[in-house]
Design a binder for this molecule. Structure first.
Ligand code: AMP
Ligand code: GLY
Length: 430
């Protein structure tokens, strides 16, 4: 089988690593891929992943049997639609279905239509009306840019002043461009967060597992929201009883609802959840792709072949794919550029990696996924993004995985590099 993976980040490096292990795959291609992925995949680097027609042309030209889309932007741009029109199987939802992520107001209204538990909300296209609303609420709330903002368009506010400042950045200063022309203002939920993953072919559901991300830039969940500074799986807050509720109250109603509304959901549904203190799960957000960096520990933990699930979902035959087994535990620590999620420098040499991008002295169970790097002509890797590397380790339990990940992360470095020191602490009761 010839598989094409779309994307170039840490999540895609992890997907490439897992897909490459499948005995079903003869050749893996990556569009555009990354320098570090060259050991695993042939690159198609001259096509823009969000150019749906060009992606479909490239897939046809390379006789691709299955396309796997990593990030949300190509899905929102209709890559899956363009591929299906050409008769090429694609793991990833249509642009219409991808609105579960690309429009927060669409997702909230969808959840309301289908009785899926989530925070109360209101939608605004005008700054003055939004301001009046936060003043009326008079307390904590969450302000979100409606469109795609790489995980950074959300402001969790303690009070009215914070909410007004957030509205100013989004609607007045235009920090997110058109993505912030509309805002969603939500009730601020309390509890512990977890994300859950399930694959669907539009009708059937294959449950995967839960993970927990660390979205804030700094230790103790302080600082700004980022794309994610680390993740681990499994997560103790996500008991079997909660998983059952999430499947019954969220995943199945969502898959049924999308089908009933004429946009069957094909791909992985990422359910961001708040587990309230009494154990009630409520949806924080849907994403229409795997999490980044949650995929890194998730796939490192996953036993068995991922490809039958991806291919089964893309072909409407998910019920024939064997469900994966989940081994022990895994932790991913992100090494980020100094200044991320705001501005940062790139082009800084990374110490501790060999010319394949693999750590010189990785300990047992360690895999390093590249999120934002490039290889220089002399074989040295340099920084090329906000999130640079996802140092991921597997262990008998979260404690061991965490120790291995930090030991490996400490042997890699670049100027101004920044990592959180408390990834997975919550799982250890700290
Ligand atoms: P989102 O991109 O919608 O997942 O939001 C990013 C982060 O903001 C989430 O992971 C939560 O930590 C936080 N957040 C979003 N919405 C809410 C909410 N309604 N209540 C509390 N926290 C929230
Ligand atoms: N780590 C958060 C996300 O992938 O959206």
């Amino acid at each position: 089988m010839r598989v094409l993976l779309i994307g170039s980040g840490g999540r895609e490096h992890a997907l490439a690593w897992k897909i490459h292990q499948s005995p079903l795959v003869d050749t893996l291609f990556a569009l555009p891929g990354s320098d570090a992925m060259e050991r695993l995949a042939k690159r198609i680097a001259d096509v823009s992943p969000a150019d749906a027609a060009a992606v479909a042309d490239a897939a046809a030209a390379h006789s691709i049997d299955l396309v796997v889309v990593g990030p949300e932007d190509p899905l929102a741009a209709g890559v899956a639609d363009a591929l299906r029109e050409r008769g090429i199987a694609c793991f990833g939802p249509s642009a219409a279905a991808a609105r579960l992520e690309s429009s927060k107001s669409f997702a909230k209204a969808f959840m309301a239509r289908h009785g899926i538990p989530t925070a109360d909300f209101a939608v605004f296209d005008r700054l003055d009306a939004a301001r009046d609303y936060v003043r009326e609420l008079g307390g904590p709330c969450v302000v979100k840019a409606d469109g795609l903002a790489a995980g950074k368009g959300v402001y969790v506010c303690d009070d009215v002043a914070g909410a007004e400042a957030a509205l100013g950045e989004i609607m007045e200063d235009g920090r997110f461009g058109d993505a912030g022309a509309r805002v969603v203002i939500e009730e601020r939920m309390v509890g512990e967060e977890a994300s859950y993953y399930a694959i669907s072919d539009g009708q059937h559901v294959a449950p995967l597992a839960a993970a927990q991300d660390h979205k804030r830039a700094l230790d103790g969940d302080t600082g700004e929201n980022t794309g994610g500074m680390g993740a681990y799986s499994p997560t103790p807050v996500f008991s079997a009883a909660i998983e059952k509720r999430v499947l019954e109250e969220v995943v199945h109603p969502a898959i049924r609802g999308m089908a009933a509304e004429g946009m069957p959901y094909v791909g992985v549904l990422y359910v961001g959840l708040m587990i309230e203190p009494d154990g009630t799960p409520r949806v924080v957000e849907f994403n229409v792709r795997f999490g980044d960096p949650e995929t890194q520990p998730l796939l490192v933990r996953m036993e068995g072949d991922l490809v039958p699930l991806l291919d089964g979902a893309a072909r409407g035959a998910l019920e024939r794919a064997p469900l994966p087994e989940w081994g022990d535990a895994a932790v991913c620590v992100v090494l980020a550029s100094g200044g991320y999620p705001r501005s940062y420098e790139t082009g800084l040499a990374i110490e501790g990696l060999d010319p394949d991008g693999v750590p010189r002295d990785a300990g047992e169970g360690v895999t390093v996924f590249h999120a934002g790097t490039a290889r220089r002509a002399d074989g040295v890797f340099e920084t090329k993004g906000g999130r640079v590397l996802g140092v991921t380790a597997r262990g008998a339990d979260v404690r061991e995985a965490r120790e291995r990940a930090y030991a490996a992360a400490d042997a890699i470095g670049f100027e101004g590099g920044h990592l959180r020191r408390d990834i997975a602490d919550r799982a250890l009761g700290r």
